[in-house]
Structure formats: C-alpha cells, structure tokens
Design a protein around this ligand. Structure first.
Ligand code: ATP
Length: 225
C-alpha cells in the first residue's frame, strides 16, 4: 500500500494543496493521502496561526468528499513542535508492514530540508515527492541538496537517476539507502494560505480559492478578520 503524507499548517487549506495532492496520488498510484495539520510548524515558530482545532476542522471539510483523502490528528494530539521525523516514526509503528510512505512537499518547503530535525535520518526513512514549479529543473534540486544537506551531513549524497518526460517527473536517489526523492510538475495553482488570510482581512472574495465549506467555516467562525 502506498500512503502519501501531506504535512502543513493548513491555515487555511486551499485548492493549491488539494490539487497537488490529487495529481500526485494519480501519477504515483498512491492509495491514500493523509493530510496532517501541524500543531506548530518549527519553521513558522512565533507566527500566529488559527487555533489547531479550526485548522483541523477546515482540513476535514475540504477532504471529506475525496475517498483517497484522510486526515490525521497525530501532530495536533502530540502538541508542541511538529517534527516530520517523529511523525513518520510514529506512523510506521501503527501501519501495516508493506506500507510505503511518500512525504509530499512543495519545492518552497523542501528546499529548506537541511534545517528539518534529523534531515539525514528523515531522507533515509521515506521517499519524498517534491512538487516543483513549471520549468524548475531537477539539477536545481540536486544543487540545493548538495549545497545544504550534503554540506551538513558529509556522508549523505544524492544521484540523479532518471527522468520521465511524459509525466514531467524525475528521480534522485539517496546514495546508500533505499529511498528516493521524486520531483513532479503539477498544474500550478498560484494560491497560498497567506493570500487567503490577507484577502479575508481586507474583505475581498476568496471564492474559488478553496472549497465552499471551508469558505463558510471561515466566515462562520470569524477567522482571519
Ligand atoms: P502560508 O502561506 O501560510 O505559508 P501555504 O499556502 O504555503 O501557507 P502550508 O500549509 O504551509 O501552505 O503548506 C503545506 C504544503 O503544501 C507545503 O509543502 C507547500 O509547499 C505546499 N503548498 C502550499 N501551497 C501550494 C500550492 N499553491 N501548490 C502546491 N503546493 C502547495
């Protein structure tokens, strides 16, 4: 079984997250995508976010109608900082043996991977699927990893494996381990949670940026005003 893990603050969840998860599930034949709202994302420390309960509710509402999508409360229940390595370790213990995890991240998040907790162990413990922006070349990702991760962890090196131009996907291997970093170009949705929050604050429309149920939830609970 293949499980994709989509971590984020989801403050709020929007069509950028949902579309990227759906396209990746289709391309990589992923059976289930687990959306995991973070309690506190370490790289967003100090930044005020909506209450974890609200972010969880919005994630549930947004994913309800998709049979492939589920939501996990693992990071919210734990509280404190949400470190991906801890989440992956915990999930591996609870799920069936022949389950493969694919951690899904946008290039904006993944390029900071060297600053994530135990990045070396993390990159050796599960595959990553990195959604890139159009025209973003795998060489750039290789360069980023070499200049950040390999510099910090001397024995961690990467190799460009193959390209699949029909699905605009490429693969890097983590040398000495059985894990890969896949890159894929999904349809670009130029939306961010920051933009949604700003628009609500200014009284501008957020229609068609996120599911209607999430839009209703935001107004009903007076979030981001
Ligand atoms: P913020 O604007 O508050 O920083 P965000 O919109 O980037 O939030 P996050 O919850 O921080 O959303 O992102 C979770 C994951 O989703 C990250 O891996 C990020 O790269 C990815 N992501 C966010 N927006 C998009 C988008 N429009 N298209 C594809 N992936 C996205």
């Amino acid at each position: 079984m293949r499980i994709g893990i989509m971590g984020g603050t989801f403050d709020p969840i929007h069509y950028g997250h949902l579309n990227s998860a759906e396209e990746i599930a289709e391309i990589f034949k992923i059976d289930q995508i687990l959306f995991i709202p973070a309690f506190i994302q370490p790289h967003k420390r100090g930044k005020k976010t909506a209450d974890a309960y609200h972010r969880l509710m919005m994630t549930l509402l947004a994913t309800l109608s998709n049979p492939r999508f589920t939501v996990s409360t693992i990071e919210i229940e734990k509280g404190g900082y949400s470190y991906t390595i801890d989440t992956i370790k915990k999930l591996s213990k609870t799920l069936r043996r022949n389950t493969n995890f694919y951690f899904i991240a946008g290039i904006d998040a993944f390029k900071e991977i060297s600053t994530w907790k135990d990045a070396d162990r993390l990159l050796r413990s599960c595959d990553f699927i990195v959604s890139t922006r159009p025209g973003y070349r795998i060489d750039a990702l290789f360069k980023i990893l070499s200049e950040t991760v390999s510099k910090k962890y001397r024995d961690l090196r990467f190799k460009i494996e193959k390209k699949n131009s029909s699905i605009k996907s490429s693969r890097l291997s983590v040398i000495g381990s059985r894990t890969f970093i896949h890159t894929v170009e999904t349809t670009p949705f130029d939306i961010s949670s920051t933009e949604v929050r700003n628009r609500v604050r200014k009284g501008m429309t957020i229609k068609y940026l996120l599911p209607e149920l999430v839009e209703d939830y935001i107004y009903k609970n007076e979030l981001y005003v």
